[in-house]
Design a protein around this ligand. Structure first.
Ligand code: IMP
Ligand code: MG
Length: 202
């Protein structure tokens, strides 16, 4: 039997990288109060962890969008299902995304947000799958350069499943997952791939 999926970025790698991103953002935005915006639902976990590593008086806001079909067929056009609560006019905006793939959704969203007169708009993406990019985008902060493979976990879903996986998995056999959507459930209960140091053996 072939492997359906394997850990691509473990929880500890993710935690450490977010800590670094938070430190960089804290330095870059010193003296300012940026608003971190997450696009539901995938980016919400990343935002929750990132915001606690940013030592600035930030605010947090959420947006929910719905696509007309797939990203490519809709050319990124989306319908805003839930808009921001706050006015972003004059604000420094940081869009927090789980993964930037074709970039179509995000470039459309940036146009929408730019039209509201913010002081600045930058992107923070945990994963940048740049090989599939269609719409050119400048990603100011990136967690990891993601290979061309479908990923789940840490907010990323497969048919609304697996957002709660602590690690990010690369799905090698998408067909097997389609046939058995429960195939990755063992990863929900499995211990961390690297046990904490000093743990007694046996
Ligand atoms: P795009 O950049 O417009 O193509 O769309 C990116 C969005 O599609 C992301 O914010 C995710 O919600 C979703 N997405 C893209 N690739 C993956 C993946 O590998 N796993 C899960 N969701 C994905
Ligand atoms: Mg998303």
């Amino acid at each position: 039997m072939s492997v359906v999926a394997s850990v691509l970025y473990g929880r500890e790698d993710i935690r450490r990288r977010i800590e670094e991103l938070g430190r960089t953002i804290t330095g870059d935005y010193e003296g300012r109060a940026p608003v971190l915006i997450s696009v539901l639902k995938g980016g919400s976990m990343f935002l929750a962890d990132l915001v606690r590593e940013v030592r600035l008086p930030v605010s947090v806001d959420y947006m929910s969008i719905s696509r007309y079909g797939g990203a490519a067929e809709s050319m990124g056009r989306v319908r805003i299902v839930k808009d921001l609560d706050e006015d972003i006019g004059g604000r420094h905006v940081l869009i927090v995304e789980d993964i930037v793939d074709t970039g179509l959704t995000l470039s459309y969203l940036i146009n929408v947000l730019e039209s509201r007169g913010p002081a600045s708009v930058e992107i923070v993406a945990l994963l940048d799958r740049s090989v599939r990019r269609i719409a050119p985008l400048e990603i100011r902060y990136r967690g990891f350069d993601c290979p061309d493979v479908f990923v789940v976990g840490y907010g990323l879903d497969y048919g609304e499943r697996y957002r709660n996986l602590p690690d990010i998995l690369a799905v090698q056999d998408v067909q097997a997952l389609a046939e058995d959507p429960d195939a990755l459930l063992p990863y929900l209960t499995e211990a961390p791939s690297v046990p904490p140091e000093g743990d007694p053996v046996g």
